[in-house]
Write a protein that binds this ligand. Structure first.
Ligand SMILES: C[S@@+](CC[C@H](N)C(=O)[O-])C[C@H]1O[C@@H](n2cnc3c(N)ncnc32)[C@H](O)[C@@H]1O
Length: 283
């Protein structure tokens, strides 16, 4: 990882390496440590994300990889399987790791969570209300973007799901800036004009909307995530009745393509329908 000090009163820097060598903080060696999540990449078709445990032996269609030989190696280096095939040892993406976490409910997928961040204006320092926590997937993304000086308060009625999701929050490094409340978001007492934004992903969000509006700051956005059109209509009616304005609805269509030369085309199997996003503003 490279830590950089930006000196705002310096003339512009035209050589990053020179600049880093002069700065006090140097790049550090980055090696695979026990319990890191590691991406082992052979090709776009043959790749896997695994947790580095010393006694783990990973079988792939290109042969066997021993984690004991990977721990301590530098990220970016290569390893050869017993069958002679090369795998890169590299870092997975946030979503690669998140999708490894237990799913006790239907989670919000990256195509939608990335859009929700923009639609809800999530930025460092944001205070966000969420319901329900479910598997904690959306909570992780919200908390990562609200940052350590922001706050995500998530309300979940099932204590069983809370136990599982808390482990996910811990594993993803956001445990300390999420407050989990075991309760019913439609009835819970909320502070007035406290949150910058709110996300509802639950079966009957129209029952929660009237309880939430006053907890949002003026100009704050609410996003509601539902999978069916009959739910969408109930959500829009409830938003209008509660006094929200600027109601929009979007569906995110994400089509992944093959990147093989001479074969660049949409992948045969793509994620199809997930949910509709309805966004509105507290005037
Ligand atoms: C679809 S899941 C949420 C998934 C989550 N967004 C994720 O990405 O992992 C819906 C959750 O809402 C919770 N829920 C439903 N009604 C609720 C209510 N009135 N108050 C709080 N939580 C509620 C359910 O228990 C369930 O865990």
């Amino acid at each position: 990882m490279i830590h950089m000090i930006i000196l705002h009163d310096e003339p512009y820097i035209d050589d990053v390496v020179n600049f880093l060598n002069k700065s006090l903080i140097k790049p550090v060696d980055d090696v695979v440590k026990e319990n890191d999540y590691v991406l082992l990449w052979h090709s776009n078709e043959i790749k896997l994300v695994v947790k580095a445990r010393r006694n783990l032996v990973v079988s792939t269609v290109r042969g066997v990889l021993r984690m004991s030989e990977i721990i301590g190696k530098e990220y970016g280096s290569k390893i050869v399987t017993n069958l002679g095939y090369v795998f890169y040892i590299t870092k997975p993406d946030i979503m690669d790791i998140l999708l490894k976490m237990p799913r006790v409910t239907q989670p919000i997928y990256p195509k939608d969570s990335s859009t929700l961040l923009i639609m809800l204006n999530i930025r460092p320092g944001s205070r966000v209300l969420e319901a329900g926590l479910g598997s904690g997937y959306a909570t992780v993304i919200l908390a990562m973007h609200a940052g350590p000086f922001g706050q995500v308060i998530t309300v979940e009625k099932s204590s069983k799901y809370i136990r599982v999701a808390k482990e996910t929050l811990r594993a993803m490094g956001v445990y300390d800036n999420v407050d989990v409340i075991n309760g019913d978001v439609s009835r819970i007492k909320l502070p007035s004009e406290y949150f910058n934004s709110a996300l509802l992903d639950m079966g009957d969000p129209w029952n929660a909307i009237p309880n939430i509006i006053n907890s949002l700051k003026h100009g704050g956005n609410i996003a509601v995530y539902v999978p069916t059109i009959s739910q969408v209509e109930r959500v829009i009616s409830s938003l209008m009745a509660s006094g929200f304005i600027d109601i929009k609805m979007i569906e995110v269509n994400w089509r992944e393509w093959k990147t093989t030369i001479n074969e660049v085309r949409p992948k045969t199997w793509n994620l199809s329908h997930t949910g509709f996003i309805i966004v509105a503003k507290r005037p």
